[in-house]
Design a protein around this ligand. Sequence first.
Ligand code: NAD
Length: 499
Amino acid sequence: MDLSNVPSLISHSVSRFLAQKHKLHIGGEWVDAQSGATFPVEDPATGLQLAIVPAADKADVDKAVAAARKAFESGPWPKMSPIERGKLITRLAFRIEELADELAEIEAIDGGKPLPFARHSDMVQTSVTYHYMAGWASKLNGEQIQLTGGGDFHAYTLRQPIGVAGLILPWNFPQILLSYKLAPALAAGCTVVIKPAEQTPLSTIRLMQIIEEVGFPPGVVNLVTGMGETAGAAIAEHMDVDKVAFTGSTEVGKIVARAALGNMKRLTLELGGKSPMIVFPDADLERTIPGIAGAGFYHQGQVCTAGTRIYAHKSIHDRLLDGIAEHGAKMTPGHPLQPGTLLGPLISNEQLQRVSGFVDEGRKAGADLWSGGKRIGNAGYFIEPTILANTNHSMSVVKEEIFGPVLCAMSFEDDDLDTIAKAANDTPYGLGASIWTTNLSIAHKMSSRVKAGNVWINTHSAFDSALPFGGAKQSGWGRECGFEAMRAYTEIKAVCAAL
Ligand code: NAD
């Protein structure tokens, strides 16, 4: 892998952005962290420093929450009509579309995602989500309620914004996942404090500039960059934050849930996964092979819904794995900005060590290395798309979320759907699952048996702003996208008048 031409691939506008002095955005002002602390952000494909950003702590979070509270209670935001609020969100969506090339480039170098994916998937989904949610701003109705006791009463519900929302994000899809939270929060009339992941704060800093330019009133959207244990924890436990929307690991999700108890703040948690992919003997392999390779290897497997456990019928098991391995081998590794790159780096050296450690552990436990498994090059944090076959449910590679391009394959012979579903459901997670078959009846019967927030048939990780998304079991609480997202940022008030 030759990375020597990378500096020349960075556009003028992104170079200029990276060189800026990055700040927090609180109450409409760009400010340093009060402690003056900063941290470096690196390009995971080269390990080189991209920028330095402020490391906010509790004092900065207090200030940001106070600004969000003020903007929620007074000033132009609470007086703005729903249509005006929706128009502002739409304006933001259009501006993201106009600046999509630049935002995608920042996303690609900061997070290690090949540029075409960042441009044609992340940025498209992001702008569509703002467009979609903008419409809900003017459609938030309560309902008239018929009381069981009859009598002269007029009873109805109001759907009102929850208040100040803390949005805590992971590093794998910074803009898509932010849009899943920010767009409905704004549509509902909430104000927010955003904390991006420490590994990938850059596209959100750029977005904050766009939010300011579009004309959101000061304090409606506040941005604090910083570490999870300081800035993130301060948001989670803050007594004046009414709601936290968290996406990240199940482990940290539990910490956030405990912290949120202090003031019983509302919570949505989008957590880890270990999604099964069940392949029946009648599956169309022409379609299934690239589908499963994409499910497991897209963005180097650093996807919460990544398909990671293959349950393949014995009759097609070897053909399927050979096909997926062939796909993996064709994924050209490279810097996300280099044309032709299909496989970027893992996010960090720590993640590379973790993923390699899992592969070693799986092999020691008796799994067969069907393909891949090795680090690629010495610069950056690249690893080959990997398949471990002959795995079983006692192995850590099958039980735990690896968050790398590692597929664990198992086979079945029994045609009993309950037995197959039992294996697929034998996990604390319940985020996604896919079923690959040409038999409509099997597809739907399995969909109802698999315990997951999202089930896909003959596809995997298909998302849409209108389709509720979230996890069952330890993969989370609540749903994002669709009208479900509006429920997550609003509170129902029942009003009952004696006439
Ligand atoms: P993480 O849990 O390490 O961090 C997520 C965020 O939480 C970061 O902003 C981090 O700074 C912050 N944080 C860390 N400690 C905190 C604390 N004590 N209090 C408050 N905030 C804290 O996750 P990650 O490594 O950034 O992302 C990978 C994980 O995210 C995987 O488990 C993946 O499955 C999950 N994920 C889930 C979804 C989903 O929608 N379900 C989507 C993407 C990623």
